[in-house]
Design a protein around this ligand. Structure first.
Ligand code: SF4
Ligand code: SF4
Length: 70
C-alpha cells in the first residue's frame, strides 16, 4: 500500500491537497485541532491512492510526504 504522511503540526488547513488529489476518498480533515488551531488533514483511507505526489507538491507548508509501495 502506498503511504501518505501529513505532519499535522505543519498543516494550516488550506485544503489544496484535498482539492487537487484525483481521488476524493483519501485525505480528510481531522476532528481535533493541531497546536496552531487548525483541523489538520490526514490520510484517512489509502485504498485508492496512486502515489502521484500531487498533494505533496501543492502543499504550501511542505507538510506531506508520499511513499510509493514497491
Ligand atoms: S499521492 Fe496523489 S492520489 Fe495519493 S493522496 Fe496524494 S494526491 Fe491523492
Ligand atoms: S495542502 Fe498542506 S497545509 Fe494545506 S490542508 Fe493540505 S496538508 Fe494542510
Amino acid at each position: 500500500m502506498n503511504r501518505v504522511t501529513v505532519d499535522r503540526e505543519m498543516c494550516k488547513e488550506c485544503e489544496y491537497c484535498m482539492q487537487f488529489c484525483p481521488k476524493k476518498t483519501i485525505l480528510k480533515k481531522s476532528e481535533t485541532v493541531n497546536k496552531m488551531g487548525y483541523y489538520a488533514v490526514h490520510a484517512a483511507d489509502m485504498t485508492d491512492c496512486i502515489a502521484c505526489g500531487i498533494c505533496a507538491n501543492v502543499c504550501p507548508e511542505g507538510a506531506i510526504t508520499v511513499e510509493k509501495d514497491v
